[in-house]
Design a protein around this ligand. Structure first.
Ligand SMILES: [Zn+2]
Ligand SMILES: [Zn+2]
Length: 467
């Protein structure tokens, strides 16, 4: 036997039906972004290492420990992007800034070289949006309301929102000074890492997961108490807009978000359970200085990133596997060589007409029983029986697999029904000629408008066969 290959350590394959959960989230995000005027930007996964050390901050875990470095042949260090905000800003400065403001979204994999552990991989997926060139609180409110709508439309309730303002480069130094003073007075209680952070980046102490550090930071001074008049007005403006829209949120003094580039508004959307300690599904905020930091003109901006793995986990509790893996509308069951040839032709005619149809392609001589078994396994809604009798008598013979009920139409009725329109067809259900026209069948028709299409194409193929 040849060597078997394995997925690279820290990475994983996402199989169906989990991949359908990703698609579900992506699809809805795309629909909502379009309604809110956000257009997609497709970004490279490789960027220069410096882009992230400059933007996220050299003292963050991401930059200090988790960069996925890829040396190129010229010895230059490239990295697989650990997040996309810096990439979007880099792209904006390069290609869009001269056109003014931009509302963008992205979807794709991010990479962090973390120690592999359960549920955490070196490649993970994010959906994010960035509004660049907007100073006022209106766009902050827009992003929060967009996310609120997104979670409601996904059917995820009990998502809570935490909100804070970090101030700007004018008012932050006073806050920082007060924070350092407070932390220094409690230094002995802090973990080793935080003692170091106290020197390099004291704000990050507020993100520490260590219980002792948490106990200290619980009473730390709040950035909101130090806001300059402009920042205070901005934050009050945002809150007024959100209150008017009746969006429920909690003010959280200790919410700082872990990256250097955040200014003013920061927020998180949290799930109540199911995600362990890390229950934030979305994190975001303003980064009014980042465009300038990365070589552009001073341009205010705000954005968020949403973790798709966490979203998929939440969705998996709401959506059953059966709903995700929808089976064929019709599974063609044949008997005999002639019927196989006919069914094969019909299969592709149905697919060309937009129906999800299938049949046992690989084994032309499979028994009827084993074909029906396969139809069940694929969760087909109905089986269309194509046998010698059906073909010679031009009969339509459909079995609804949920209820086991059958619909058999003779040739004359088939021709008549194929001519009626959809609304009429429903009224024809109780007419003579239908062997079975019960409730389940009606329900199936209402849910499955493809059936009339199926019937018409079947008749068309029957008649073509004669030519
Ligand atoms: Zn300020
Ligand atoms: Zn700590």
């Amino acid at each position: 036997m040849n060597k078997k290959y394995q997925v690279v350590k820290g990475f994983r394959d996402i199989f169906p039906p989990e991949s359908f959960l990703f698609w579900q989230a992506e699809k809805l995000a795309r629909e909502i972004f379009a309604r809110f005027g956000y257009a997609e930007i497709l970004l490279p996964v490789l960027e220069s290492q410096e882009l992230f050390s400059r933007s996220i901050g050299a003292d963050t875990d991401i930059v200090a420990k988790e960069m996925f470095v890829v040396p190129d042949k010229k010895g230059q260090n490239l990295v697989l992007r650990p997040e996309a905000t810096a990439s979007v800003v880099r792209a904006y400065v390069e290609g869009l800034a001269q056109k003014g403001s931009a509302k963008l979204f992205y979807y794709g994999p991010m990479f962090r070289y973390e120690r592999p552990q359960k549920g955490r991989y070196r490649q993970f997926w994010q959906i994010g949006a960035e509004a660049i060139g907007y100073a006022g609180p209106g766009v902050d409110a827009e992003l929060l309301l967009l996310l609120d709508l997104f979670f409601k439309d996904l059917g995820l309730k009990d998502i809570s929102i935490r909100l804070n303002s970090l101030g700007c480069k004018i008012c932050r130094p006073a806050y920082r000074e007060a924070l350092v003073k407070y932390l220094k007075s409690n230094e002995s209680a802090l973990c080793e890492e935080c003692k170091r952070r106290l020197e390099t980046n004291p704000l990050r102490v507020l993100d520490c997961k260590n219980e002792a550090c948490k106990a200290v930071t619980k009473n730390a001074p709040s950035p909101s108490a130090f806001l300059c008049p402009d920042c205070a007005t901005h934050f009050a403006g945002l809150r007024k807009l959100l209150d008017r829209q009746k969006l429920v949120y909690q003010l959280d003094d200790q919410l700082v978000r872990g990256l250097d580039y955040y200014t003013r508004t920061v927020f998180e959307f949290q799930a109540p359970t199911g995600l362990g300690a890390q229950n934030a599904v979305v994190g975001g905020g303003r980064y009014d200085d980042l465009v300038e930091e990365l070589g552009g003109n001073p341009t205010p901006a705000i954005g968020f990133a949403l973790g798709v793995e966490r979203l998929a986990l939440l969705l998996s509790e709401k959506i059953s596997e059966a709903e995700l893996l929808a089976g064929p509308e019709a599974f063609l069951v044949f008997s005999g060589e002639k019927a196989y040839a006919f069914a094969f032709k019909l299969l592709f005619a149905l697919r060309a007409a937009g129906l999800f149809a299938d049949m046992a392609l690989d084994e032309p001589l499979r028994s009827l029983r084993s074909q029906l078994k396969l139809a069940d396994k694929l969760k087909s809604k109905a089986a269309l029986i194509v046998g010698e009798d059906e073909l010679s008598g031009k009969i339509f013979n459909l079995k609804l697999l949920g209820s086991g009920k059958e619909l058999k139409l003779d040739h004359e009725t088939l021709q008549r029904v194929a001519k009626v329109d959809w609304e009429e067809m429903k009224s024809h259900l109780s007419q003579p000629g239908f062997v079975y026209a019960g409730k389940e069948y009606e329900q199936a028709l209402v849910q499955n408008q493809g059936l009339l299409k199926l019937l018409k194409i079947y008749l068309h193929e029957l008649e073509r066969q004669e030519e």
